[in-house]
Design a protein around this ligand. Structure first.
Ligand SMILES: NC(=O)c1ccc[n+]([C@@H]2O[C@H](COP(=O)([O-])OP(=O)(O)OC[C@H]3O[C@@H](n4cnc5c(N)ncnc54)[C@H](OP(=O)(O)O)[C@@H]3O)[C@@H](O)[C@H]2O)c1
Length: 336
């Protein structure tokens, strides 16, 4: 699927973009183009990748359609990961995220069509489900733009397939809860749990990469892929870390604005258009009259129409599983 292909990653210097580039290099692509704005981050990444000749670095903003078209010339696959994603900063500067996450994503779509890219994959988040904050709302719109991108185009003229991938916070990623707790417990400083009833889905960077590349290989169009994941309770995460590192004081705070008690990856309304496979779900577009999603997606069956796919009701990780999963992070912080 990726061998000998020319691939472009928007936001290629970000946590996900870098890990994706590293993983894709193992698949012998012809070229990987990194597209982002910050020159210093590109220089640093070029060095980190040992000046690999297959890596190309394009300075550019996804708000700039013409630059995107130039960067995408003769490209087979685009992974769209560029986004503004700091929830607090975005609440304060909402329109900037609309310009990047919404208008920028439409530019990516239009440029893919113009350059006749084969496949475009957009990475989304649980925050897009019944959004509580501007970040989530912009990512929901990005998903909608991707899944409706082929609504009224001539497939012969514009062959691009567009798919979305939706998952929750990556364990150990910058700003996520586990590294913060690990640092504070090590320093014997108190940790704060905003709500003891809080649950989250668990996905590691390796699992996220497996899922993105696996979904990209499925030759589908206009759907959003969601992985089947186990979840954990925040108190179990704390207890697992206490067992590994020793305990410290733990206080209870207040749930922050824009924060949810549970992560929802598929709402009950979306579930009506959702198909279930052995390891994932696919959310299809709203069914219209002569539309039979099951026939269109062999290997998938209709999901239970009334259920919500939430970290509150998902199967939970056992303590032993949590310790196993946290061990690498405790031994060495993630470099993403
Ligand atoms: N991290 C998670 O746990 C998580 C979970 C679910 C989904 N996601 C999604 O995964 C994607 C990647 O997340 P991440 O954690 O890798 O983010 P990140 O580390 O903040 O990286 C964001 C990347 O986007 C680039 N970028 C931002 N604005 C841009 C613009 N206008 N034009 C071009 N490039 C731009 C940044 O580089 P410059 O600033 O140099 O341009 C950077 O390379 C995002 O779409 C996010 O919504 C992340």
């Amino acid at each position: 699927m990726f061998e000998n292909k020319k691939i472009l990653i928007t936001g290629g210097t970000g946590s996900l973009g870098k890990a994706l580039a590293r993983r894709l290099l193992q698949h012998d692509p012809k070229i990987i183009r990194i597209y982002s704005r910050n020159e210093f981050n590109q220089t640093r990444m070029r060095r980190e990748f040992g000046d690999d000749a297959r890596m190309r670095f394009f300075l550019g903003d996804i708000r700039d359609y013409f630059r995107l078209v130039r960067a995408m010339e003769d490209t087979d696959i685009v992974f769209h990961t560029a986004a503004l994603k700091d929830v607090v900063g975005i609440e304060y500067n909402p329109f900037e995220s609309i310009k990047t996450n919404v208008v920028g994503s439409q530019n990516v779509i239009d440029a893919c069509r113009e350059a006749r890219v084969g496949l475009a994959v957009a990475v989304s988040t649980d925050k897009a489900v019944a959004p509580l904050n501007v970040y989530g709302a912009t990512k929901l719109l990005m998903e909608k733009l991707f899944t409706s991108a082929t609504n009224y185009v001539d497939k012969d003229k514009h062959p691009t397939r567009f798919i979305g991938i939706r998952y929750g916070n990556v364990l150990g990623s910058n700003g996520s809860v586990a590294p913060k707790f690990i640092e504070r417990i090590r320093e014997k400083k108190p940790i704060t749990i905003t709500d003891p009833g809080m649950t989250r889905f668990n996905i590691t960077m390796d699992e996220a990469l497996d899922f993105i590349l696996g979904s990209a290989s499925k030759r589908k169009d206009s759907v959003v892929f969601v992985p089947k994941l186990k979840a954990y309770n925040i108190m179990d995460l704390r207890d697992a870390l206490f067992e590994m590192l020793g305990s410290t004081e733990c206080t209870t705070g207040r749930i922050r604005a824009g924060e949810k008690l549970a992560e929802v990856l598929i709402s009950s309304d979306e579930m009506r258009n959702t198909l279930e496979g052995d390891r994932d779900y696919i959310i299809t577009k709203e069914a219209d009259g002569g539309h039979d999603p099951e026939a269109e997606h062999p290997g998938y069956r209709r999901a239970r129409g009334d259920s919500v796919y939430s970290s509150a009701n998902a199967e939970k990780l056992s303590k032993a599983e949590m310790i196993k999963m946290l061990r690498p992070l405790v031994e060495r912080p993630a470099d993403y």
